[in-house]
Design a protein around this ligand. Sequence first.
Ligand SMILES: Cc1cc2nc3c(=O)[nH]c(=O)nc-3n(C[C@H](O)[C@H](O)[C@H](O)COP(=O)(O)OP(=O)(O)OC[C@H]3O[C@@H](n4cnc5c(N)ncnc54)[C@H](O)[C@@H]3O)c2cc1C
Ligand code: SF4
Length: 328
Amino acid sequence: MKPFAYLRADTVADAVRACAAHPGAKFLGGGTNLVDLMKLGVETPGLLVDVSRLPLDRVTDTPEGGLRIGATVRNSDLAAHPAVRTRYPALSQALLAGASGQLRNIATTGGNLLQRTRCPYFQDTSKPCNKRAPGTGCPAREGTHRDLAVLGHSEECVATHPSDMAVALAALDADAVLEGPEGERTVPVTAFHRLPGDNPDADTVVRPGELVTEVLLPPLPDGTVSLYRKARDRASYAFALASVAAVLRVRDGRVEHAALAFGGLAHRPWRARAAEEILHGAPAGDATFLRAADAELAAARPLRDNAFKVRLARHLAVDALAELAART
Ligand SMILES: Cc1cc2nc3c(=O)[nH]c(=O)nc-3n(C[C@H](O)[C@H](O)[C@H](O)COP(=O)(O)OP(=O)(O)OC[C@H]3O[C@@H](n4cnc5c(N)ncnc54)[C@H](O)[C@@H]3O)c2cc1C
Ligand code: SF4
């Protein structure tokens, strides 16, 4: 590991100031992703600004009836929070489907949103990779890509975003609040992560020195139910091959409200707008759910070894919607 300086920030302002003053500095949340990447030589920050002790560790109600989640809230605490479990079960389930108990006890909300891809070439500095070293190429496209993207990828990069939590947040219409050298701004989680295009080195729209301070969950429309489903290679911890977060309300046999997001399929949580358009107002049943899933997944461009993800996502979505419909 390359030598680095360490600073523990006591206030948000100090953290932002310290990061802005040292180009290449990184915030440190739980360190479960960043420190691993530093050991591999993928990340080489000259300064770590530890934000894990900032007073951003609370989950509180908003006046509108939603939730305000501090960026340093641990994944385990968020999953177990009574308001999350009862009002946003999809979020609790997504968190519990991610990593292991030990990792969730230390991983933070901000760090989970900003964790980096698990593409094997990205993590191996002896290999070329456009995300790690722009312009060097993408060996995954012809090489090992079974776990990688089927939607929204480019010639430059076919990586997936690994977070389960972010998929639920995308379906729940959450916002991320950022504090940076130029002040505060709010970004919808659906617009927080980028598609790779021709500069896959930028995973998100976060600007240098910007700190995630909190995530805002709006109240869900009355009568909606939600869930998160994840398909993975083994029952103990593993990243999603495909996953789905779904929110649904059915009245008099018709879909009144639907929000759907896929994980494991793209460079960002994939909000399924085409599927939602078909769902709204349609009879709630397998025929509609299949039509909606197929409409969304028609945009898929699988690679040699990952076409199975399209079928997997289709089944996950239809099952999730059917289960929710039976509950409303
Ligand atoms: C074996 C293993 C299995 C895993 N399985 C899963 C899984 O199945 N699903 C899943 O979703 N995840 C999984 N993970 C990933 C894990 O969830 C992430 O490592 C974790 O959420 C990152 O959070 P952290 O607080 O430790 O982030 P850190 O490692 O501290 O930071 C990650 C990145 O976020 C930045 N950062 C941290 N906090 C902030 C902030 N407040 N504002 C701005 N930038 C910030 C850091 O600079 C860094 O770039 C797994 C990890 C491991 C090691
Ligand atoms: S898919 Fe993206 S992260 Fe993986 S090798 Fe290609 S450029 Fe790098």
